[in-house]
Write a protein that binds this ligand. Sequence first.
Ligand code: SF4
Length: 292
Amino acid sequence: MRIRIANHSGFCFGVKRAIKIAQEIRKERKGKVLTLGDLIHNKRVIEELRKEGIDSVDDISKINEGTVIIRSHGVSPSVIDQLKKKQIEIIDATCPFVKRIQRLAKKIVDSGYELIIAGDPNHPEIRALIGYTNGEGVIINSLQEIKNLKKKSRRAIIAQSTQDINFFKEIVSRLIDITNELRVLNTICDSTRIRQKSTSKLASEVDVMFIVGDKKSSNTNKLFKIAKEIQPKTYFIENADDIKPEMINSYEEIGISAGASTPQDLIDEVINKIKGIKTNKCYGERESTWMN
Ligand code: SF4
């Protein structure tokens, strides 16, 4: 049996950075340190942060003191204004790639283009982003929604940083038919692109595939969709307990990929669980490195 791990599985640059910032601020500040919404979409990590003294608060009205960490998804300018009015210290851990998307969105709308955002309206990154467009950005989350768009002379399209590249390409090809001048800005971050590409490749080479991550994680859901289309025997698992012997017993090549908010220890537990189920000798692969 061989266990193969997709390149760039687990924490991305933006997630690592946000966690590091939060932990450093926790050490430096005496008062409350809070995150506005969960810092990342992973229950285990959020619980560990809570134990370290970094609590997650969803509702801004409940924050009256201390320091607030802005998570990697960012927040809209109105949220920053509300926190400033309350004289709350703000530490901005928005991923620099997300910041760039926010700046681009503002610039595009200010230049008079209709802005199409390929993203999930309920995802915090998109809820924040729409605030940089004065509410004028048009969010497209399904191909069906494109049918509601009218012909336009000038449009621009950007993507949620974790968007599925195939979905983005499909929207672009359909917008061409109804737009005279279309500006395409591929804002899917490199980490997401590489992860999706290596997950697709691995899914095409293995007998069974596991995507590890929290069900609430948007980028993990997209990885699952991408892998499932290529390898129908793909399972979305939150932890090692979700793996049952019948999922792997008859297979030799087992692939693993994980979302940007999945910690390495969770991936290691999954590898160990598979090794435990399989009685024969096994080894794993990450890029060209072999593991015992
Ligand atoms: S997925 Fe990309 S844009 Fe989002 S936090 Fe990670 S590195 Fe930043």
